[in-house]
Ligand binder design. Structure first.
Ligand code: ADP
Ligand code: ZN
Ligand code: ZN
Length: 691
């Protein structure tokens, strides 16, 4: 076959080959021909190009300029245009994407392109042109008076100066109890880094601050803006409109934004002068992307800091066991904030309520009801935490045993009483709630169990005078509604807040002195080995919302009341003692003995098919197609929720004590899996969290 072997000296010849990463599942880059002349000079790696792909035109990233190609001359297509108006994506950004593609076993284009704002990937450049014009305009100087800088306490000061004094790659765990003032430490460390770079630096420093949830960005953004007037701040998260997203991304890419606040996707942003990374609540599961490129933003942040030789801070009151393990072994430096920052604020008292003795009515025990009543009388706020949205998780018929199964999933349809709907939280199926039993016609079908809506209803009946607000994914569907809801709580317009994990994280509620935890028990006996780590973190986090500003009116400490059937469980003892160290120590020991992460490295192959047997057969074949020493290949098993949206799912877990060993295996394995050409849909996840 005739191959185009274009050997040339790039300066003298009029054409070259562009190697281009495109957003396709094909695991290679694509070659295109580029004709040079005075108006079309040689492109640079990192520039965006428009190329023909099949019958479409698409935007890709130039990853290399080559002299030769393997593509046959008659197949080689011309690249159409180079986006010269945009400065090229830097070598460090390309390397980051290269690492993520390699580590998570994904095509480079599937890492690079989905991470860019949609408007950059558009064929039309109108949006980009407009955004660039706007970015070039001089900004009106902020002349807001800077907020008074909080005087740090000695441990905060030690932490902030130690962080800012670090040179090179220094990973630091900032281990500080809830309310210990970690945010202040971040801000003052950031200020030190930004100030240090100001004097005569052509490329002023950038600081990336990551938070787990979009809902936490407005709060942090407000603190940052008032603390750093005149400093350009960019925010990056999934709920920005496309135009805003492009503007903020550009501000980062052009080096204009000095502080970048973002959720997990911000880790893939182009930030040419990045000098410090902060990952707040580093233990939070939201840092893990659960589809497509299933990356851990926390882990990528550590890699990025290492590559750039800059400090990184991982902050948490309940660090992930991975991070804790590194801190224990000395790989990460550990800084501690042992006390709450506000004078006289102390950690809340945690008490257990045995639901076998104090039987809940409307989901609430007498003791919890009394505690809420007391808060109402004192004008203090209460928070009730229940990690289940909807009215009731299932509806059933007593007469015939009918139960609201989802016809498409191994799951129940959840009752959403306000909308009179049964809704499957897994496939999205919605049905009108039947008036009578669909099987026997019984008119008396009953909701079983309770979700946040039902708790809200119960509270309204118990406390008709109280201002009650529910915050969960259902109540905050509209854009901006979550922020408005949290502002209501902060402004004091709410007496009782009911919510899911959305309310448990990060928020600095000022007047909240009671937290009630309604039903933590299911997580105690989960098959998922991470469930207890997560439950512990969740309880410590939600408990941490109470008593953040001094004591309650009567001078008593604030309280966390946990309703449980298992008051003897050791996890609760650790929560009551606020003893993360001991709990983490015992969990790590269990993990070591059981050969679980972080003592072993894992990858999970998932397969989906109309019939379970087909998915399992595929995995069975996958399990035997490559053998390598030191790699443990487990038996394929159905996933715990086997069927979702009429598709059956199974999984195969692969493990090794050696991360490089596992990486090497995955490369060979993936090639073999692709060659199997099976019609089963499959995907591979490295360092899986839900298994
Ligand atoms: P964390 O993130 O560690 O849970 P925050 O950063 O939200 O804690 O701080 C908790 C509260 O303490 C905030 O209201 C903050 O304004 C306050 N705070 C922080 N540092 C100090 C300090 N040095 N003195 C007094 N109050 C402080
Ligand atoms: Zn029935
Ligand atoms: Zn379903």
């Amino acid at each position: 076959m005739l191959r185009a072997l274009l050997r040339f000296d790039i300066n003298s010849v009029k054409q070259c080959i562009l190697r281009v990463a495109l957003d396709t599942p094909l695991d290679f880059c694509f070659d295109y021909l580029w004709q040079m002349d005075a108006v079309h000079p040689l492109p640079l790696a990192g520039q965006l190009v428009v190329v023909p792909f099949g019958r479409r035109e698409v935007v890709g990233v130039v990853t290399a300029i080559a002299a030769t190609t393997e593509v046959a001359a008659d197949k080689l297509k011309l690249a159409l245009a180079v986006r010269r108006e945009l400065p090229p994506l830097g070598a460090a950004w390309q390397a980051l994407c290269g690492f993520a593609a390699d580590y998570y076993q994904r095509p480079l284009g599937e890492v690079m392109l989905p991470g860019l704002p949609k408007n950059l990937r558009a064929i039309k450049t109108t949006a980009l042109d407009k955004a660039l014009v706007r970015a070039a305009r001089p900004r009106p100087a902020h002349d807001a008076t800077p907020a008074t800088v909080q005087a740090l306490n000695p441990s905060q000061r030690h932490a902030a100066t130690t962080i800012a004094a670090a040179r090179g790659f220094v990973p630091t765990l900032l281990y500080g109890v809830t309310g210990s003032g970690k945010t202040e430490v971040y801000l003052q460390a950031a200020a030190a880094i930004l100030n240090a770079s100001e004097d005569g630096d052509a490329t002023p420093a950038q600081v990336l601050i990551m938070v787990p949830e979009i809902n936490l960005t407005p709060q942090l953004e407000a603190s940052v803006r008032s603390r750093f007037p005149g400093v350009a701040v960019a925010t990056l998260h999934s709920s920005l409109a496309e135009g805003e997203r492009l503007a903020h991304w550009l501000a980062g890419h052009l080096g204009q934004a000095r502080i970048i606040l973002g959720t997990r996707l911000a880790i893939l942003a182009s930030l040419p002068n990045l000098k410090l990374i902060i990952v707040d609540e580093e233990h939070d599961p939201s840092y893990k992307q659960q589809e497509g490129l299933r990356y851990s933003a926390r882990d990528l942040a550590v890699w990025r800091a290492h590559q750039l030789a800059i400090p990184i801070v991982l902050g948490s009151a309940t660090p992930s066991l991975e991070t804790w393990h590194h801190a224990q072994s000395g790989r990460y430096r550990r800084l501690e904030l042992r006390e709450r920052a506000v004078k006289d604020a102390v950690l809340p008292k945690v008490l257990l309520i045995d639901t076998a003795r104090d039987k809940p009515v409307e989901g609430l025990t007498a003791m919890l009801i009394a505690a809420i009543r007391q808060r109402l009388a004192r004008g203090e706020q209460s928070l009730l935490f229940l990690n289940r949205r909807g009215y009731a998780p299932v509806v059933a018929c007593d007469a015939c045993g009918w139960i609201s199964n989802c016809p498409r999933c191994t799951a129940f349809m959840v009752l959403h009483k306000l909308d009179r709907q049964l809704r499957c939280h897994h496939c999205g199926l919605e049905q009108r709630t039947p008036r009578n039993c669909p099987t026997c016609g019984n008119v008396d079908i009953q909701p079983l169990g309770r979700g946040t809506q039902r708790v809200e209803e119960g509270l309204q009946a118990l406390f008709p005078q109280a201002r009650i607000l529910r915050i969960d994914a259902d109540s905050t569907r509209r854009k901006g509604s979550a922020q408005a809801a949290f502002e209501q709580v902060h402004s004091g317009a709410v007496d009782i807040l009911v919510g899911t994990q959305m309310v448990a994280k990060g928020h600095d509620f000022r007047n909240l002195t009671l937290v009630g935890v309604l039903n933590p028990d299911t997580a105690l006996f989960s098959h998922d080995y991470r469930a207890s780590e997560r439950l512990f973190a969740q309880l410590m986090q939600v408990a941490g919302r109470a008593g953040r500003q001094a004591r309650s009116a009567e001078g008593s400490a604030s309280e966390v009341l946990i309703q449980t059937q298992y008051p003897q469980h050791p996890l609760f003892a650790a929560v009551m003692a606020h003893d993360y160290d001991a709990f983490a120590g015992s969990l790590l020991e269990e993990r070591r003995q059981a050969g679980l992460p972080p003592f072993i490295f894992q990858a999970l192959l998932r397969a989906e098919a109309r019939e379970l047997s087909v998915a399992l057969a595929f995995l069975q074949q996958a399990a035997t197609c490559v053998v390598q020493d030191g790699i443990i290949i487990n038996d394929p098993i159905p996933m715990s929720m086997t069927r979702v949206a009429n598709v059956d799912r199974a999984q195969l877990l692969v493990e090794s004590v050696s991360r490089p060993g596992l990486q090497q295996f995955l490369k060979t394995w993936l090639a073999a899996l692709r060659a199997m050409n099976s019609r089963v849909r499959w995907s591979l996840e490295v360092d899986p969290v839900d298994i």
